[in-house]
Write a protein that binds this ligand. Structure first.
Ligand SMILES: *[C@@H]1O[C@H](CO)[C@@H](O)[C@H](O)[C@H]1NC(C)=O
Length: 172
């Protein structure tokens, strides 16, 4: 009976610990500058898909490689906090599929990175992507990303995104 009781209190303790630990995510707020135009782009189309979409400069099957600066404010000259490095593919709808890393380049998490993948259904006001891991302070992390379009130039594809990252560092 006593051991049964101890087992129950252990269960209760681990339950309380797992609820209370990791409930506070680290939150980052960035503006992501995706520049396609000009002589110094941060995003380059490396594969041109065969089926043009009805709106904008993209085709189903496009693959775009990005190395976008992430800044503190919407002004591209505001302090640089990190970069978004990876790629996206364009679906046969206004949806892109992202696979990228956010690498932090200053502050407490300088050098750590956050691995992200997910669907970005562009017409939606807020899109949710998955944090699938990370390095450094974010090794084996989990979390999610909320993406909003801050501004877009539909003719050339230049865009500014507002990015909120909520990342739960692993307790290891
Ligand atoms: C971030 O880390 C790199 C590499 O260690 C270093 O060169 C750089 O000065 C650091 N940046 C800031 C803003 O601390």
């Amino acid at each position: 009976m006593a051991s049964h009781h101890r087992l129950l209190s252990l269960l209760f303790l681990s339950l309380t610990l797992s609820i209370s630990s990791g409930e506070k995510p680290v939150h980052f707020h960035f503006y992501q500058h995706k520049t396609v135009s000009g002589s110094n782009p941060s995003a380059v189309k490396v594969v041109k898909g065969p089926i043009p979409l009805p709106v904008g400069p993209y085709s189903f099957g496009d693959i775009v490689v990005v190395d976008d600066p992430l800044t503190k404010g919407p002004d591209p000259n505001s302090p640089l906090l990190g970069r978004a490095q990876g790629l996206y593919t364009v679906m046969n709808s206004p949806t892109v599929e992202w696979v990228f890393n956010i690498v932090l380049t200053c502050g407490e998490y300088n050098g750590s990175s956050i691995a992200i993948m997910g669907r970005d259904e562009i017409p939606l006001p807020v899109r949710e992507l998955s944090v699938v891991g990370g390095t450094g302070a974010f090794r084996m992390a989990r979390g999610y990303v909320l993406l909003k379009t801050y501004s877009v130039d539909i003719t050339n594809g230049d865009a500014e995104l507002e990015v909120d990252v909520y990342v739960y560092p692993a307790k290891v």
